[in-house]
Design a protein around this ligand. Structure first.
Ligand SMILES: Nc1ncnc2c1ncn2[C@@H]1O[C@H](COP(=O)(O)OP(=O)(O)O)[C@@H](O)[C@H]1O
Ligand SMILES: [Mg+2]
Length: 286
């Protein structure tokens, strides 16, 4: 099919809005995905799915390919070879407008800068719904997202005048306001204090409980262990391990992946795996 035909088709057919799907429906999927950037293989045969109703944590050392994988699942980055599917179709099948009501993407940290007050930044998340029946929910969606991310208090302040952590929460609120069935969050907790890290992961759980699919890049394996249904460990552009945290968080393999001795301890009260670097006993006497 030629480019012109594609454009005509895209215009000719009605924009397809996402439909509610039963829990477990795959919302995004990478199949044998290879991506090369700057002449280097960054993703080297990745198979991964994220489904309605689950929180999937992507973890792994710096440079493992987490952001690249998330961007590929969002179709923000083309697949080299292999395939990305969104809502059961090849990612390329969707128009930009259809994509924007299916998946919301929070890019890594404040590479983001907006010359607007906070509330307008959050309201930008509603743009994809213009001209659809969901437009009626705009005000409620913006209000709810700001309350969830605890940014209502600085609604009228300029985005650029906020602290790094405050900006991160506003950026998250924008993505929440978009109300898509697929959420792709790249290190949403990186700049946040302890309270707000917990808040963000609780929001992820709430969205999953409401039937959305959530993929979230995390460095804190404790957060992943406490909140994720499944964890995928990336290492050198491949999935080194994948499964429930209790199975994936295993000292020997994590130590290898992170090139750092690691201990995994069961939390005495909750039983969740606690992942901590193996440290020498401090000798206070000397
Ligand atoms: N545009 C690019 N050109 C060349 N190499 C890149 C580019 N973007 C990322 N990389 C490289 O790809 C690897 C994976 O990057 P990234 O997906 O950002 O890792 P992570 O998010 O796991 O830290 C890194 O080694 C990084 O240097
Ligand atoms: Mg990254």
């Amino acid at each position: 099919m030629g480019v012109i035909t594609q454009l005509l088709r895209g215009r000719g057919r009605k924009r397809r809005l996402p439909l509610p799907s039963p829990l477990g429906t795959v919302r995004a999927e990478a199949r044998a995905l290879h991506v090369r950037l700057g002449g280097r293989t960054v993703l080297d045969g990745v198979d991964l799915q994220v489904a309605a109703g689950e929180v999937l944590a992507l973890v792994g050392p710096n440079g493992a390919g987490k952001s690249t994988l998330l961007a590929a699942l969002a179709r923000d980055l083309p697949a080299g070879s292999g395939e990305v599917r969104i809502d059961g179709e090849p990612a390329a099948a969707w128009t930009a407008a259809e994509l924007a009501v299916r998946r919301a993407v929070l890019p890594q940290s404040a590479q983001l800068s907006f010359p607007f007050p906070v509330e307008e930044v959050v309201r930008m998340g509603r743009a994809p719904w213009a001209g659809t029946p969901a437009e009626d929910e705009d005000d409620a969606a913006v209000r709810a997202a700001m309350a969830a991310a605890e940014v209502t208090g600085f609604a009228s302040r300029p985005f650029a005048a906020l602290s790094g952590g405050e900006r991160a929460r506003v950026a998250l609120a924008r993505v929440l306001a978009q109300r898509t069935p697929l959420l792709l969050l790249d290190e949403p907790t990186a700049a946040l204090d302890l309270r707000h890290q917990e808040l963000v992961l609780r929001i992820c759980r709430e969205r999953a409980a409401a039937g959305d699919a959530v993929a979230v890049v995390l460095h804190d394996l404790g957060l992943a262990g406490a909140y994720a249904d499944r964890v995928a460990v990336l290492h050198g552009g491949r999935i080194a391990a994948e499964g429930p945290p209790a199975r994936v968080f295993e000292a020997e393999s994590l130590s290898r992946v992170y090139a750092q001795p690691i201990e995994v301890i069961d939390h005495p009260r909750t039983g969740e795996p606690l992942v901590i670097p193996r440290r020498a006993v401090r000798d206070f006497a000397s």
